[in-house]
Design a protein around this ligand. Structure first.
Ligand code: ATP
Ligand code: MN
Length: 534
């Protein structure tokens, strides 16, 4: 493929004259990126042909090092807070200059044209420029892929420059330390330096879309997965990291629309991405066959270790990080929906991993309860795998995705509320976390049970089942569910010690109430009233 004139943001192709054409790899095929990653010595092949890399110092996102340039587009629109940190344009230009100087002296760069938003009306063209072939492979896997024909007339709108090995001067660039993700809406550019964690690439574009779509296009952007049944019924699954969006949307009986980022228009749900970014820790062929079988040539696997003396991945090994990851294009899942677009959802699931073992494994919410839960965005993470540490860490993250929201949460919540009401969507809260006791005492709800509950809800099998009202949270709990032991449906019954359960429930309810205080003035009395009562 011929190399187009590589454009760079702000009109100045700084330093690019240093490059000869053969040092700029344009739109390399995944096989070539795999070979080039092996050649540079930064990757290994697994026994199933996947490319295995280490992302270095960072094995997860670094939210404290993400900056939004404070300019005429963002000044009065972005919800500035500890997540959305402003950066003066002069610092942006300084960082931009340094990154371009740096890119001019690395031996090779990889340039990839791709786009996000599967609904053609909202398509956004992206050019990813990087010093690492595996970062280009990630972009190939995770963004949407233009056809050869589309490439002939491709005009990049946004640029992402990815320089994992560049350490910026924090003082000179107005940042916290040597690494940063800097987003400029005026320049339509994202600078990523000093981190090899590929998730930064996809989540920075997600943040951009969380600004542009609701603000300019009246489209609700959502941190959720989506799939569609044989009857054409769409379901979406909201949830914070590790709650089961990717795992539960990958369902052999339903076509996968997407696993993490979607938009909701007047008449459709569409995927922003062209791939999946699944957690790999404890991955098993038996429990998650579709994801497991996606680990093959072209798939990128991050921060895993092999069994000693082999090239076989040990998915149980979390010694580099618990956040081991695999990225693969959507079509590696055999029943992915080709268009990545579906109709208005019939069911919405809020996934939460409640490590306190208090929330019911499945319950139905009223629309106001759903609004309360959406704004709260609760999950609880377990402290880690170290022995002796048993305290779960509660997290409240508005709209189940606060780190990626650029506007005030109320913007997204109001849009979702309107849409839920307009379309009469059925709402479910699914606890994919603990049952029978909190972390350390009870156990995690079996994946097979959670799948059975979701299948039953989607098939309408819970509609006519008698429900019990949860006394504190007010949710409706189905009293039986096909394929699930009845004892686990009511958390209280699953615990051996009822007074210990009551105490934990009161504790969790208090956390919700305390967290919601900051939203109390901005929501209707009905939503406020839909919270837990103690
Ligand atoms: P992220 O936003 O970081 O991509 P995610 O919501 O997509 O997170 P998953 O990748 O689906 O989260 O991770 C859920 C993890 O929890 C998987 O490793 C899965 O095997 C495990 N798990 C264990 N029990 C359950 C359960 N009952 N339901 C869902 N997931 C479970
Ligand atoms: Mn996921």
């Amino acid at each position: 493929m011929s190399v187009p004139i590589i454009s760079f943001p702000s009109g100045k192709p700084v330093g690019l004259s240093f490059f000869h054409n053969d040092e700029i790899k344009y739109q390399s095929a995944p096989e070539d990126l795999v070979q080039e990653s092996l050649r540079t010595g930064e990757a290994k092949l697994s026994d199933s042909g996947a490319l295995v890399i280490q992302t270095g110092q960072f094995t997860g996102r670094s939210p404290k090092d993400r900056f939004i340039v404070y300019d005429e587009i963002t000044a009065k629109t972005v919800d500035w807070n500890e997540i959305n940190q402003p950066l003066d344009p002069t610092y942006y230009f300084q960082a931009h200059k340094r990154i371009m100087e740096y890119m001019a002296q690395v031996p090779e760069i990889w340039v990839r044209d791709c786009y996000s938003c599967a609904d053609a009306r909202y398509r956004m063209n992206i050019r990813v420029v990087t010093e690492k072939p595996w970062a280009s492979l990630f972009a190939h896997n995770m963004f949407l892929r233009p056809t050869e024909k589309e490439l002939e007339t491709f005009k990049p709108e946004w640029h992402i420059i990815v320089a994992p090995d560049l350490k910026l001067d924090a003082e000179e660039c107005g940042i916290r330390q040597h690494n940063a993700v800097i987003v400029s809406f005026v320049q339509k550019t994202i600078l990523i330096a000093g981190t090899g964690y590929t998730g930064e690439i996809k989540k920075s574009i997600f943040s951009v879309l969380n600004f542009l779509l609701p603000h300019e296009k009246n489209v609700l952007s959502m941190h959720c997965s989506a799939n569609i049944g044989k009857q054409g019924d769409t379901a979406i699954f909201f949830g914070l990291s590790g709650t089961g969006k990717t795992t539960l949307s990958t369902d052999p009986e339903r076509e996968l629309i997407g696993d993490d980022e979607h938009g909701w228009t007047e008449d459709s749900i569409f995927n922003f991405e062209g791939g999946c970014y699944a957690k790999a820790i404890n991955l098993s062929e038996e429990r998650e066959p579709d994801i497991f079988h996606a680990i093959k040539g072209g798939t990128l696997v991050e921060n895993v270790k092999f069994f000693a003396g082999t090239n076989k991945i040990n998915f149980e090994d979390g010694s580099i990080t618990e956040n081991t990851r695999i990225s693969y294009p959507l079509y590696y899942i055999s029943n992915a929906k080709k268009t990545s677009v579906g109709g208005i959802p019939k069911n919405i699931f809020f996934l939460t991993c409640d490590a306190y073992g208090v929330l019911p494994p499945i319950s139905r919410l009223t629309p106001t309860q759903a609004m309360y839960q959406y704004i709260s965005g609760y999950t609880a993470k377990i402290a880690g795998t170290e022995t002796g540490i048993t305290d779960p860490k509660p997290t409240f993250s508005a709209c189940f995705g606060a780190p990626f929201l650029l506007l005030h949460p109320s913007v997204y919540a109001e849009m979702l509320g309107r849409k839920m009401e307009e379309h009469g969507v059925t709402l479910w809260l699914v606890n994919t976390g603990w049952t029978g006791g909190e972390y350390g005492a009870g156990q995690r709800i079996k994946l097979s049970h959670t799948r059975a509950m979701i299948t039953a809800a989607l098939a309408g099998q819970l509609k006519d089942i008698s429900m019990e009202t949860e006394p504190v949270f007010g949710f409706s709990i189905p009293l039986c569910c096909p394929g699930v032991p009845t004892i686990i449906l009511i958390p209280q019954k699953a615990w051996q010690n009822e007074s210990a359960f009551d105490e934990k429930r009161r504790f969790l309810a208090q956390l919700f109430i305390k967290n919601f205080e900051r939203y109390a003035l901005g929501v209707s009395p009905e939503i406020l009233d839909a919270g837990p009562k103690i």
